[in-house]
Design a protein around this ligand. Structure first.
Ligand code: AMP
Length: 146
């Protein structure tokens, strides 16, 4: 399987972010506009949390106030699990399964340089399987009759 470095090389380094004091309404609009399910919450260069659509669906109703009055910091997750460039896709898939999350920020030398979603990881895993299947099909085709 590929390394995180290879996955990011293919996917790109774009990370969509918000701030802890942004409104949840604006953050959800940003997710919708970019067709994504997570935003990293940044204070300047520093990652201070992650906000995903699940935070909205699971926590926002508990606040019992209008979405436009809710702040990102009220529903974001503060302890963020991340990976580095040398981790493999297998590491990532183990982590997301173990931690029950679908997004992993990539940190290099203390800086956020990317974000991998479960979709990016599964895409790579499937392409690897397809490669193996193609190899096997060729092997069967090439086998001479006996
Ligand atoms: P997700 O499955 O990624 O939509 O996230 C489910 C829950 O886990 C939400 O509360 C997220 O804020 C949280 N979460 C998502 N990714 C991470 C991560 N890498 N580290 C910690 N929490 C996360």
């Amino acid at each position: 399987m590929k390394t995180v470095k290879q996955l990011l090389h293919e996917k790109g380094h774009k990370v969509t972010t918000t701030s802890p004091d942004a409104s949840v309404f604006d953050a959800m609009q940003l997710m919708a506009a970019n067709n994504i399910g997570a935003l990293l919450v940044m204070k300047g260069d520093r990652m201070v949390g992650i906000l995903t659509e699940r935070d909205f669906s699971r926590k926002s109703y508990l606040l019992d106030k209008p979405v436009k009055d809710m702040l990102v910091k009220e529903i974001m997750t503060r302890q963020v699990v991340y990976v580095g460039l040398d981790n493999t896709n297998e590491d990532c898939m183990s982590l997301i399964t173990e931690m029950r999350v679908r997004h992993l920020p990539v940190i290099d030398e203390g800086k956020v340089i990317g974000l991998l979603s479960i979709g990016d990881m599964v895409k790579d895993a499937i392409s690897e399987h397809q490669f193996v299947i193609k190899q096997l099909e060729r092997y069967i085709y090439d086998t001479p009759e006996i």
